[in-house]
Design a protein around this ligand. Structure first.
Ligand code: KET
Length: 410
């Protein structure tokens, strides 16, 4: 029997636009030029522009293979050893909140899945509450809250004139939000701007959130990538916890352990009592069960083995510092090349001031198009380049491309 050719029941389905970040990799793959460079997605590459599997990850996997572990379902909340290790990495092993049982941790499908679970929790238990998102922010934040049915608006964050933080604007917008709003904050290495509040500014942000009865929802996707130190990069989160503020925190191991495809992360709620923590966790599990039932085990075991083992943890720290260090080196080289090649006297020092994986170049959409169309340099259309995908050898070429796009395209 042949299938009846006819009008598809799916005829009304329209073509979705490419994803603003992951779609860049698709365009890159389609380009046949030898000069092509993918600075779109925030994924670490070696100086040879190859993906990197960390040595500690290989060691942990070897251990896992040797011990012959099974493939049973994990509990809905994930691997217990992972949940313990991830909360300790975030809050510090000696955190009173952990000791007092005030942290509800549920393993999630990396940062995105953990944010999505947090958003579903807000939608269910804080109906109508608004989430405030920085302008600009990581491209997927708005999708996540939209799909979870959580209303959101933006707070000012970036000041193009100074290429710095619009702290006054940020504070004013958080102040104006209805009491009980959730304030989405990047724990460190703000994406895409590479600009973080100073410790003093974090104090003021915490003051205001407390005063207004808001709640901070941290997105921690780059712990270790801002300063090179895993501890220092958790200072913002720890400051809120130290003050006794309740918070939500989504974590990701995509970047700092290079576990992109393992989809490993967590959603944490730090709350006032162990009693509340138990109930919050039970409801996070209830939300997870019909969405994906329970999380994958492989990445969770890698993290548990690395973070929970003193020797591997130290090795990880060194590899983390190496990755962060390589990015700092290309950052410096790019700045040097831009400054020597550009005879106009333009101040490119913002490249050096920005931190983390990215540089927010200030290139507009047309200029970004020129980067890919003429120079085969792929980047997101908001003007962000991933320095994690850049090598020292390509800095000079990239500087030429940026200068051409900046001065010759409106
Ligand atoms: N938060 C932020 C701020 C973030 O930049 C990413 C990923 C994530 C969460 C989620 O990552 P996950 O792999 O789900 O743990 N950002 C890079 C990749 C992407 O867009 O998915 C990026 O900005 O290029």
């Amino acid at each position: 029997m042949t299938l009846a050719a006819g009008v598809s029941k799916f005829e009304a389905v329209t073509m979705a636009p490419p994803d603003p970040i992951l779609g860049v990799s698709e365009a890159f793959r389609a380009d046949t030029s030898d000069a092509k460079l993918n600075l779109g997605v925030g994924a670490y590459r070696t100086e040879e522009l190859q993906p990197l599997v960390l040595n500690v990850v290989k060691k942990a996997e070897k251990k896992m293979l040797e011990s012959g572990e099974n493939k049973e379902y994990l509990p809905i909340e994930g691997l217990a050893a992972f949940n313990k290790a991830t909360a300790e990495l975030l809050l510090g092993a000696d955190s009173p909140a952990i000791k007092e049982g005030r942290v509800a941790t549920v393993q999630g499908l990396s940062g995105t899945g953990s944010l999505r679970l947090g958003a579903a929790f807000i939608q269910r238990y804080f109906p109508g509450a608004k989430v405030l998102i920085s302008s600009p922010t990581w491209g997927n934040h708005k999708n996540i809250f939209n799909d979870a049915g959580v209303p959101w608006s933006e707070y000012r964050y970036f000041e193009p004139k100074t290429v710095g933080l619009d702290f006054e604007g940020m504070m004013a917008d958080i102040k104006d939000a209805p009491s009980g709003s959730f304030i989405l904050l990047h724990g460190c290495a703000h994406n895409p701007t590479g600009i973080d509040p100073t410790p003093e500014q974090w104090e003021k942000i915490a003051d205001l959130i407390e005063e207004k009865g808001h709640m901070a929802f941290f997105d921690v996707a780059y712990q270790g990538f801002a300063s090179g130190s895993l501890d220092q990069d958790a200072d913002s989160v720890r400051l809120f916890v130290k003050r006794g503020l309740e918070i939500l925190v989504a974590q990701s191991y995509s970047k700092n352990l290079g576990l992109y495809a393992e989809r490993i992360g967590a959603i944490n709620a730090v709350v006032h009592s162990s009693d509340v923590a138990v109930r919050v966790k039970s409801q996070l599990k209830r939300l997870a069960r019909p969405m994906y039932s329970n999380p994958p085990v492989h990445g969770a075991k890698i993290v548990a083995n690395v973070v929970g083992d003193a020797a591997l943890f130290d090795e990880w720290r060194a590899e983390m510092e190496m990755m962060a260090g390589r990015i700092k080196t290309v950052r410096q080289r790019l700045y040097d090349d831009l400054s020597t090649k550009d005879k106009s006297g333009k101040d490119w020092s913002f490249v050096l001031k920005q931190i983390g994986m990215f540089s927010f170049t200030g290139l507009n959409r047309a200029q970004s198009d020129n980067m890919s169309d003429k120079w085969h340099v792929y980047m997101t259309k908001d003007g962000r380049i991933s320095l994690a995908g850049l090598s020292l050898a390509k800095c000079s070429y990239l500087a030429d491309a940026i200068i051409d796009s900046y001065y010759n395209v409106q």
